[in-house]
Write a protein that binds this ligand. Sequence first.
Ligand code: CA
Length: 226
Amino acid sequence: MRLLIVEDDALIADGLVRAMRAAGHAVDHAPDGVTADDALRQYPYSLVILDLGLPKLDGIEVLKRLRQRDSSVPVLVLTARDALTDRIAGLDAGADDYLVKPFDLPEFEARVRALLRRRQTSIAGRIRIGDLIVDATGRSAYFGDIRVELSSREFGVLETLARRAGRVVSKDQLLEALTGWDEDVGTNAIEVYVHRLRRKLEPASVQIRTLRGLGYLIEKAGVDGA
Ligand code: CA
């Protein structure tokens, strides 16, 4: 796999490049936003690791341009501690996951593995995540032969998460997906639906992760290496 690491801190970049090469990946390093933007226009990467504070062109802008070109390459954003507004901006711009600096190398490697492994199989409206099948056409969900009994709102939340499996979905995005059915849905209700979904999906090999202040993410259980 070919990876792009966008990081202006030479020491951090060197560590990440070494780790990814040791893991058997081809790695390009861009020390600023303009170099990154150019590289992303030229090469089809499997993953981008993107620092946000960059010289010449900031990381959010690099990400926005990438998504404007309809690229679906996974992007792992590196942010400063407690830079929540950065993270929200990154989420809106199309980031797939976040790592707050300073981070441990094993944690970084686990996130990279998870992003590379995430493959959402979607066949004719059926989305498979682990052993869970979300049938958007039949508006039902199964694992094995077992049908999961869900209210229409619970299914709406599940479907929205499943369509972006492996990526963060904000509460606002979930609300948007539900407001067509019920104008009164509030963010607290989203928490209730997610709680119920977690309970009902417990026997399935999927997990709904909470990314504090950002939203939720559904994925195959155990893929984050935690
Ligand atoms: Ca930086």
